[in-house]
Design a protein around this ligand. Structure first.
Ligand SMILES: NC(=O)c1ccc[n+]([C@@H]2O[C@H](COP(=O)([O-])OP(=O)(O)OC[C@H]3O[C@@H](n4cnc5c(N)ncnc54)[C@H](OP(=O)(O)O)[C@@H]3O)[C@@H](O)[C@H]2O)c1
Length: 345
């Protein structure tokens, strides 16, 4: 099959503050024929992730380069190999990679590309619970926090792609889990489906003091482990309630990704000292050599129905900017994914 053009999403300009729909533009791009070692791929599912906001800022040095305004955006996708000159992949294979997002078709050299087993889980799960966010949750819980039976784990951004697995993995280790999310429906799902002990709707608390009071009531023996996805008042409340010898996995601070000026840090960082707390930032790629361990633990739990996950599904490439903006407005429940093309299996 020959495909000469593809729809693809571009960034019009680097945004200041929260991006808008007008920050994005869908254009047609020309596709060359796949050369030696290359393949033509068709995106079936694409992911939008909070880290992409960091790639829209050209002035901050980061672990990943900023997006170019001249090229289509890129990101995680599950795709079908349409035609292949790469001996490692055949037409009809389903693969996950970090290139296929924000476009319908693309040429890939097969780098950082893995075949997925379409019969093991829904294809979109390879962008969430069995993909990068799942691996992030697993790494933070098993490699950094290491919760022990009976300890209390506090999780912010708990109804999201990363947070919801953090909650359930922590429960599977015998911990008590206190979760925070931004709506009553998300809190109900966390308590009834994901099995957390207490879910707090952070939008009912005006400030860190109020959240601290609620967290202290939900975790009367203190917070032994804090999985940080949000920052701001969540970090301040967690530091107020952190127990002696506590551990903090610093995974993300989504509350400040759209800030136009730097946010002052919490005034209670000193608690880290007196309470002997270990706070460790991490990027999931640091633990990629353990991806098989992650898969061996999480895939069976998923197959046995012991891990639950939610998805917010958007239809069509044109909906990708809206899905992305939804990440910062709490509009998505669980993993936000976009069905770019049909699953033709
Ligand atoms: N370190 C790494 O390698 C790594 C890898 C993946 C993700 N992350 C980080 O992990 C965090 C979660 O990522 P994810 O992929 O699982 O995203 P997600 O939780 O599925 O989506 C983002 C969620 O964050 C919440 N949120 C947005 N703005 C907020 C605010 N101002 N205050 C409180 N909550 C807010 C919203 O839920 P509510 O309705 O609850 O507000 C939203 O649905 C992010 O900080 C991300 O950057 C880090």
């Amino acid at each position: 099959m020959s495909v000469q053009t593809s729809k693809a999403v571009f960034l019009n300009a680097y945004p200041n503050g929260l991006p808008e729909l007008s920050s994005f533009e869908v254009k047609d791009i020309d596709l060359p024929e796949p050369g030696e070692g290359e393949m033509l791929c068709r995106t079936v599912w694409m992911s939008v992730d909070p880290y992409m906001r960091g790639r829209m800022n050209p002035h901050v040095k980061s672990y990943i380069p900023p997006f170019s305004l001249e090229k289509p955006l890129e990101g995680g996708a599950v795709s079908e190999v349409v035609a292949s000159n790469n001996p490692a992949f055949s037409a009809g294979d389903y693969v996950v990679d970090f290139l296929g997002g924000w476009k319908e078709y693309y040429i890939s050299k097969g780098e950082r590309t893995q075949k997925v087993d379409p019969d093991l889980a829904p294809l979109s799960a390879y962008l969430g619970v069995l993909g990068m966010p799942g691996m992030t949750a697993w790494a933070g819980v098993t490699q950094i926090l290491k919760p022990k039976e009976g300890e209390t784990v506090f999780v912010s951004g708990a109804a999201g792609a990363v947070g919801s697995l953090v909650c359930q993995l922590s429960k599977s280790k015998g911990a008590r889990v206190v979760a925070s999310a931004g709506s009553a429906a998300k809190c109900e799902w966390l308590e009834k489906e994901a099995g957390v002990d207490v879910a707090l709707n952070y939008k009912s608390y005006k400030n860190a003091g109020e959240l601290t009071k609620a967290l202290a009531e939900a975790a009367p023996k203190g917070v032994n482990c804090y999985f940080e996805n949000v920052g701001g008042m969540h970090l301040e409340a967690a530091l107020n309630c952190i127990a002696l010898g506590g551990r903090i996995a610093l995974c993300g601070m989504i509350a400040q990704y759209n800030n136009q000026k730097p946010e002052p840090g919490p005034s209670n960082l000193v608690n880290l000292i007196g309470r002997g707390v270990m706070a460790r930032g991490f990027i999931v790629s640091e633990f990629m050599d353990k991806a098989m361990e992650f898969f061996a633990e999480v895939a069976p739990l998923l197959a046995q129905g012991k891990i639950k996950f939610q998805e917010s599904v958007y239809e069509g490439l044109d909906a990708a900017p809206e899905a992305f903006l939804g990440l910062f407005k709490g509009e998505n429940f669980g993993k936000a994914v976009i069905r770019v093309g049909p699953d033709r299996r």
